[in-house]
Design a protein around this ligand. Structure first.
Ligand code: FES
Length: 165
């Protein structure tokens, strides 16, 4: 039975009855909308709040397969792995100025940020531009004969995974 089917209340003008029916309808609509909002908020609350991040720990290959002088450019992971005569180190490719992604420049043996022109040496030290500090070194280990970078763990600025050439 809807509000339209209600028998007219005795003693009320038809205009007053119409006004009451209208207010009843508006009130029901508002309650329904509030109920839907509450249900949506509850669903959002019980949904797992998980951030699916890309794997931050990854293998980059066997050390003996990387000749001295090589710079591995891991674009997707935003990491460089450098092989120098004494061993390996890993650098974050994220510019320390405002976070753009730097590029390896083979001809200059260094890294360049296209955003504001910062340059870094092969070791990650700032050589030009507004960058306030060196590229960050990342933890690099050997596991199961593979070089493994942990982009979630910082290493000391001059850390090196020592390895004979
Ligand atoms: S973000 Fe790299 S120089 Fe500004």
């Amino acid at each position: 039975m809807s509000a339209h089917d209600d028998p007219p209340e005795p003693g009320l003008e038809p205009q007053e009855q119409a006004r009451r029916r209208f207010l009843l309808l508006v009130g029901s609509g508002a309650l329904g909308a509030a109920g839907l909002g509450l249900a949506a908020a509850t669903l959002r609350f019980i949904e797992p709040n998980v951030l699916f991040e890309e794997e931050r720990r990854f293998a980059v290959g066997r050390p003996e397969d990387v000749p001295v002088g090589t710079v591995l450019v891991l674009v997707r992971q935003r990491v460089f792995v450098v092989r120098e005569p004494r061993g390996f180190y890993a650098l974050s490719a994220v510019c320390t100025h405002l976070g753009c992604i730097t590029r390896y420049e083979a001809e200059r043996r260094g890294f360049f940020c296209p955003c504001h022109g910062s340059r870094y040496s092969l070791g990650g030290a700032v050589t030009a531009g507004p960058a306030p500090q060196s590229l960050v070194r990342l933890q690099l280990t050997i596991e199961r004969e593979q070089l493994v970078v942990d982009a979630g763990k910082l290493a000391l600025p001059d850390s090196l995974l020592e390895m004979p050439a």
